[in-house]
Write a protein that binds this ligand. Structure first.
Ligand code: KIV
Length: 278
């Protein structure tokens, strides 16, 4: 099976086949996501919240992102790996944005990068595309703008924010992104945008009419203790299973039930004899 490419994703959109995307941050999880046939793996800056224990994504650095993207890339054969550009890695200058986007490809093995923003990021997107790096846009609720939004809120419910969302979608599509994440956007608005733009739309809290869907893997597997947004569907609840396993381990070590003889290694009696005498 060939790795997912921008061309194969475009073909899926044309054929009206839904596109799947999940986040991953480590080798083991990414290998499972890859095996499950998920089209795209996003090494999201949600890393900051679900793996590194920050309150939001703003503290995540390029070094953090490259470290985790490398691990994910080593595990994948089929899924396209998208590196999420962290806060301040593409805001200072287009030159710095291109350099940082290039590091995801050259040093971390990603096939594309994602960045947040609309109209104000057009030049940045164009510069990165000019370096032959495919770009995924991200509009609607963009977590790196949390201080500007004043919290994690649905975007595009009123006239002004809906008009801004449409303007951002058009600008990103025209700039040349091959995919556009729509986060926390009313279903009907996401439908209209998906019908209009030529790039792939990938929804998260944006209803069923986008070309694809993305979710944070820790949320769908029940491996996160923070706030779980309304749009998440939990497909497994691993946290209680893991805690039960850990409790059993503790109890068995303390009681002496673990390790049993089958978990140990034998030594020839004669060797022992020679070491300690008879
Ligand atoms: O960082 C992330 O995981 C994301 C997705 C939620 C789209 O940006």
């Amino acid at each position: 099976m060939a790795r997912t490419s921008t061309a194969s994703l475009r073909e899926k959109k044309l054929q009206q086949q839904k596109i799947t995307m999940l986040t991953s941050y480590d080798y083991f999880t990414a290998a499972m996501v890859d095996q499950a046939g998920i089209d795209m793996i996003l090494v999201g800056d949600s890393l900051g919240m679900v793996v590194l224990g920050y309150d939001n994504t703003l503290s995540v650095t390029m070094d953090d992102m490259l470290h985790h993207t490398r691990a994910v890339s080593r595990a994948t054969r089929n899924s396209m790996v998208v590196g999420d550009m962290p806060f301040l890695s593409y805001h200072i200058s287009t030159q710095e944005a291109v350099r940082n986007a290039g590091r995801f490809i050259q040093e971390a093995g990603a096939q594309a990068v994602k960045l947040e923003g609309g109209v104000e990021r057009v030049d940045t997107v164009k510069a990165i595309l000019d370096a032959q790096i495919p770009v995924v846009g991200h509009i609607g609720l963009t977590p790196q703008s949390i201080n500007q939004f004043g919290g994690f809120k649905v975007q595009g419910k009123d006239l002004d924010t809906a008009a801004k969302l449409i303007e951002d979608a058009r600008a990103m599509d025209k700039a040349g992104v091959f995919a556009l994440v729509l986060e926390c956007v009313p279903t009907e608005l996401a439908k209209r945008v998906s019908e209009e733009v030529s790039c792939i739309t990938i929804g998260i809290g944006a209803g069923p009419y986008c070309d694809g869907q993305v979710l944070v893997i820790n949320d769908i597997l029940g491996m996160f203790t923070g706030h779980i947004p309304k749009f998440v569907k939990r497909y497994a609840n691993l946290q209680p299973l893991i805690i039960e396993a850990l409790n059993n381990y503790k109890q068995e070590v303390e009681s002496g039930a673990f390790p049993a003889s089958e978990h140990g290694f034998t030594i020839n009696e004669e060797v022992l004899e020679r070491l300690y005498g008879g």
